[in-house]
Design a binder for this molecule. Structure first.
Ligand SMILES: Cc1cc2nc3c(=O)[nH]c(=O)nc-3n(C[C@H](O)[C@H](O)[C@H](O)COP(=O)(O)OP(=O)(O)OC[C@H]3O[C@@H](n4cnc5c(N)ncnc54)[C@H](O)[C@@H]3O)c2cc1C
Length: 404
């Protein structure tokens, strides 16, 4: 007989782990297993992200992103204070360098106000310089709520606390879920053998669409990976950035643009870019997976996205292989940055849930069927929002799985 659990959560990124933490807190009696295929938690999107606690500035009022970012930000800061996770609510500046950016700047400012951000304000070029002396901008937004955090540390702590609540619950690392037999109970075939669970919650990030199909979900969309490369500032140039400096995002793209981030360890990163990747969980410029490439390039949505964003895509590809071009982009915000100030750092891959028309799913998307819940789309700011998303999924589980 295989080992049985009340609930199996598949995927030990920050979303799966926050979901375990939240459900275990509500229902200490439940015997839960968190299954993660890597040998540590948070080793994909969560551990390769920018480490920014987002404020809630950008997101459409009323959207899941807006609601969960606002709630989740407050919760993750409180959680970090309680458990000693490295973080700093240092605020950020969003900087316009050209008047053509003003209309979208106004739009995100209004979104911020409607989403309930207090204390955000427009600032002029002198005020920008007082906050970030090396930045040249013609108008800015000061956002006091933004911060930086160690998301890997936060994820590890959520798992630790969940396990303390119910020591018979388990974290199984190095355990890949390979097949799902739906039934009562569900059977999971894993790289370490079979186990059974009454209910399932899938939080598989870059593998979300594949896991959904394995569980019989009819999903038209497909996940396509977009790699983002980062540079970091050499020690002699670190004084050029104090905290967080963001451009006004281009409304045509689902990314916030290359920004400067002080990490919790004091390093200063610049990035991420956005290039199509031939491997969903590949972090090198030449990483390749035949299955990922065939699936992505055999999908009409990918090509439609390429054609719609041809110029942006070509520019990003060129930038991926040219430090000079990367620098040129950064110099829009910090003109006195030099080539010798930068060294290549690391990369992250974002999961984009693309529909057949090449449009990205902007908002979070979480769906259920009888005995399972699928987190299908959890892009940025999902790490910030993780504890609130955990509650959202826990509410769904209470209703759907009949937890009392
Ligand atoms: C470059 C980049 C920068 C970002 N910056 C920020 C930021 O500054 N702030 C912010 O709030 N958000 C940011 N984000 C977004 C944020 O990181 C993600 O939204 C969040 O980490 C998603 O978490 P997740 O748990 O859904 O996915 P992941 O962290 O990818 O976790 C999914 C997990 O599922 C596991 N898994 C998959 N398939 C299986 C299987 N079959 N069996 C077992 N395990 C499986 C994977 O190994 C993985 O650990 C950024 C993302 C990227 C990529």
């Amino acid at each position: 007989m295989e080992k049985h659990f009340d609930l199996a959560i598949i995927g030990g990124g920050i979303i799966g782990t926050a979901t375990w933490y939240k459900i275990q807190k509500r229902h200490p009696e439940l015997h839960i297993v968190l299954l993660e295929k890597e040998n540590i938690l948070a080793d994909h999107q969560t551990g390769h992200n920018s480490g920014v606690i987002h404020s809630g500035l950008y997101y459409t009022p009323g959207s899941l992103k807006a609601k969960n970012c606002m709630r989740g930000r407050e919760e993750i800061v409180a959680f970090s204070k309680e458990h000693g996770i490295d973080h700093d609510v240092c605020g950020k500046v969003v900087v316009a360098t050209d008047e053509s950016e003003f209309p979208f700047m106004e739009k995100i400012f209004q979104n911020g106000v409607e989403n309930g951000l207090t204390g955000i304000e427009y600032i002029n070029s002198d005020q920008i310089k007082e906050i970030e002396p090396h930045v040249r901008g013609i108008k800015g937004i000061w956002v006091p709520q933004t911060g930086i955090i160690d998301f890997r540390g936060a994820t590890a702590k959520m798992a630790e606390v969940a396990h303390q609540i119910q020591p018979s619950s388990e974290l199984m690392l190095n355990t890949e879920v390979q097949a799902v037999e739906t039934g009562e109970p569900n059977i999971l075939q894993t790289s370490k053998g079979r186990l059974s669970a009454t209910n399932l919650i899938f939080c598989a990030g870059l593998q979300a669409d594949r896991m959904a199909r394995k569980d019989g979900v009819e999903l038209k969309e497909r996940v396509v990976g977009f790699r983002g490369d980062y540079f970091e500032l050499e020690d002699h140039a670190k004084h050029k950035v104090r905290n967080l400096i963001y451009p006004v995002p281009n409304p045509a793209f689902p990314f916030l643009g290359v920004h400067f981030t002080r990490m919790t360890n004091g390093d200063i990163e610049c990035g991420p870019s956005a290039v199509f990747t031939f491997k969903r969980e590949g972090y090198g410029k030449t990483d390749f997976s035949l299955q990922d490439t065939i699936e992505a390039l055999g999908y009409s949505g990918t090509w439609k996205l390429f054609f719609k964003n041809m110029k942006f895509g070509i520019d990003e590809q060129r930038r991926a292989f040219s430090k000079k071009l990367f620098l040129k982009g950064l110099q829009r915000l910090i003109p006195d940055l030099e080539l010798s100030d930068l060294r290549p750092r690391r990369s992250g891959v974002r999961a984009l849930l693309l529909n057949e028309d090449g449009d990205t799913r902007d908002d979070f998307r979480i769906e259920y069927k009888q005995h399972s819940i699928h987190v299908l789309n959890a892009p940025s700011p999902a790490a910030t929002a993780s504890l609130s998303i955990g509650d959202y999924v826990a509410d769904m589980a209470d209703k759907q799985f009949g937890y009392k």
